[in-house]
Design a protein around this ligand. Structure first.
Ligand SMILES: [Zn+2]
Length: 326
């Protein structure tokens, strides 16, 4: 497997890990990290057997106390990557994909049970699989987890394909009917991913849904801040400005892995000009539409918040807006 082809969030898990949180003043505000990854011990073994190198000890990825202490946040959205197992590329075409997916989502439930008030648990679903809705129901009704995580690249979701579109709609309808939030890594890594996909999401998936609580990961692409990210954001901002029906829905963008001050696998850190441009987009999109997240273990929360503050010249008021409940 070529490491640089691993979706950004995965690669970061493997190749980079943040430094532990430093001691902080007592008066610090509570930090909610809306984008935190874990891997179960079984998942780590599975990837090790596929030859994927891990730079840190297993507890960085699988032990919830370590994750809290290393990330430095008080609350988190904890994200299962169970969708990986049905992927030819990232799950190696595993014959046990269904069982592995369930085991990973079960492990998420175990982590959540330790800190139920501090963890919002997002289970991994590949919407293109025939068993997708069964697993959503199991995670929702039996495990009582909080939200659905979809990954456009791992699951190779193309809304331009009518069959894919229909399957994604089924998931969003279930989420709407049961008031379940969705965290969407939208980018499928196709070079042409962009405005057309945003339009399809808005017109053919979200339009008319009674309940939407949607978090778009990494400002719409796969980390960093590129022309593609700007195209996706411009498409959403255009819809909001033209008062498209989605403009009144609860749609947020997480800034995890966007404001990079270090190179990471295949993605360059931002130049000073790009930080400035990103700051413009943050304000154009509006802080009421942005949630804080790190893509742990890429950064710890305190470290990344300081980078946002410095590199984007955010005022104290803007930081408060960023961290406010949405
Ligand atoms: Zn991620």
């Amino acid at each position: 497997m070529k490491i640089y082809c691993i979706p950004f969030a995965f690669a970061l898990l493997l190749l980079q890990a943040c430094s532990p949180a430093k001691q902080l003043p007592h008066s610090r505000p509570e930090l909610y990290d809306h984008h935190v990854h874990f891997l179960s011990p079984g998942f780590i073994d599975f990837w090790k057997k596929m030859g994927i190198p891990f730079s840190k000890a297993d507890h960085f990825y699988s032990d919830v106390d370590s994750i809290f202490s290393l990330s430095g946040c008080e609350k988190m959205k904890l994200i299962s990557m169970a969708y990986v197992f049905s992927s030819e590329e990232f799950g190696g075409g595993s014959k046990d994909a269904i069982d592995q997916m369930r085991t990973e989502n079960d492990y998420l439930a175990a982590l959540k049970s330790k800190y139920p008030s501090r963890i919002s648990a997002y289970y991994g679903i590949d919407p293109l699989q025939a068993y997708a809705v069964d697993e959503i129901q199991r995670c929702h009704k039996t495990l009582k987890l909080d939200g659905i995580k979809l990954h456009g690249n791992a699951s190779q979701i193309y809304l331009t394909e009518p069959v894919h579109l229909q399957k994604v709609k089924t998931v969003f309808h279930y989420a709407s009917d049961h008031k379940i939030p969705v965290l969407l890594h939208f980018d499928n890594s196709h070079p042409k991913f962009g405005e057309r996909d945003v339009r399809l999401l808005a017109d053919s998936v979200l339009y008319g849904l009674a309940f939407v609580d949607l978090q778009i990961a990494h400002f719409g692409t796969s980390g960093g801040f590129t022309q593609k990210t700007k195209n996706v954001l411009d498409a959403f901002i255009g819809l909001f400005n033209e008062k498209h029906p989605i403009s009144t829905q609860n749609i947020k963008f997480d800034i995890s892995a966007v404001c990079l001050d270090k190179d990471s696998d295949g993605v360059s850190k931002l130049t000073e000009a790009e930080f400035l441009e990103l700051a413009g987009y943050v304000r154009k999109l509006g802080l009421h539409r942005i949630v804080f997240g790190t893509d742990y273990p890429l950064y710890n929360a305190r470290e990344y918040l300081a980078i946002l503050k410095t590199k984007l010249s955010l005022t104290d008021k803007e930081i408060a807006q960023l961290l406010a409940d949405k």
